[in-house]
Design a protein around this ligand. Sequence first.
Ligand code: ARG
Length: 479
Amino acid sequence: MKRQPVVSSKKAWGGRFRERTHELVEQFTSSLAFDQTLFEQDIQGSMAHCQTLARAGVLTKAECAKIVKGLEHVRTEIRSGHDVFALEDEDIHMAIERRLTQLIGPLGGKLHTGRSRNDQVALDLRLYLRETLTTLLHNIQRVQQAFLTQARAHLDVIMPGYTHLQRAQPVLFSHHLLAYVEMFERDKGRIRDALTRLNVLPLGSGALAGSNYPLDRVFTAKLLDFPNVSQNSLDAVSDRDFVAEVLAALSILMMHLSRFSEELVLWSSQEYGFVELSDGFCTGSSMMPQKKNPDIPELVRGKTGRVYGHLVGLLTTLKGLPLSYNRDLQEDKEPLFDSLKTVMDSLEIYAEMVRHLHVHGEIMAEAAGSGYLLATELADYLVNKGVPFREAHEIVGNLVHMCIENHRELRDLVLADLQEASSHFGPDALSFLSLKMAISRKAQIGGTARKSVETRLKVLEKLVTSMSREKKRHKKAVS
Ligand code: ARG
């Protein structure tokens, strides 16, 4: 006896089934709520696939044109906010195909020939990241520009440099800011690396084994501006290392933002007073009228934990998966989208907040002037007079101890005090007790002397501007 299908043809995979999908299963498995973010890329990929099918002789030119037109229509509908999704749509791929078929009839059913949602979703994600990461690079650059502007404006400001959060040696405030510009430069490098590795076409891998149709994958790659095609269909549909790599790069970037956030929280406290965040970037207390709180850096510091969490979450999702595609992989999108949004938002607000930062140079210099930050200068003075460094260290250590006992600073010492500690001290030793002198002596590459800092500042300013050009070039290539 011939069995009639009980399930309506609503499900693209309904043929094998005789019972309805349970409502709970429908809700539990659906990814449409979050993967609709990928609708542009999904349609772009479908158009290229359609053209590849036509080239392979699977579709006629007229059929291809009709499908492409239909896809354009669906795109316009989604862009203009029409609710074209149906409850039974499992994901964005199904939703678009169903709407297409509704619009152009059974021909819509030919689009999925030689393709699986497994290679389709891998393609969509790669296309999406290619675009988003280019914007992200631009946003990091904007933060770098804000740091560079502050660094250029405050080249004269001396601050205490710290190790173990104890005052250590004086440094230029600009040098401190440029340290972060260097970190962001490496963050961009990591993202560019990830971009190069993910810029590979997975489409044509089918569900896992490849396709029975003579698909010209190099042609598809050209249409979608991919320099390479994937070389192993199992790998192409099952790995998400490119997502993990992006999440790792984002985590490191957030770690950098978080460290500076911690510094801003400390520096804007009354205990430090080094900087003041402008009113527009602070919030108050509902109870204590005097409060002005650094909530932005605090939140960026807090959100860093969330981005780390997404990285660890995804790695954990991936670690036990046998090849090739498993539905677990659907869990890659929410952490990725959330991390990208968190990082983008943080960068956006950071660029503005840093630009509006008030710097209290006098307070920093005052802090650098007390706390024996020039002790190393005195030790190095003795080394120049031929005293072995360990001996010089001991002599100056004793001097510092004497000062602490007598509530004096090094700058209060007179030549007689120095000479009492060591006969190697001459009258020129006193000039070593100047902050400016301490700074200017560190003039090697990477040192805090104004000369070195200015040289690097210029290089970084150029580097960051050439980045803007890179973005324009990329935009041109994609459009
Ligand atoms: N929504 C799925 C995902 O994001 C698409 C691929 C589903 N493939 C499948 N055979 N069920 O991973």
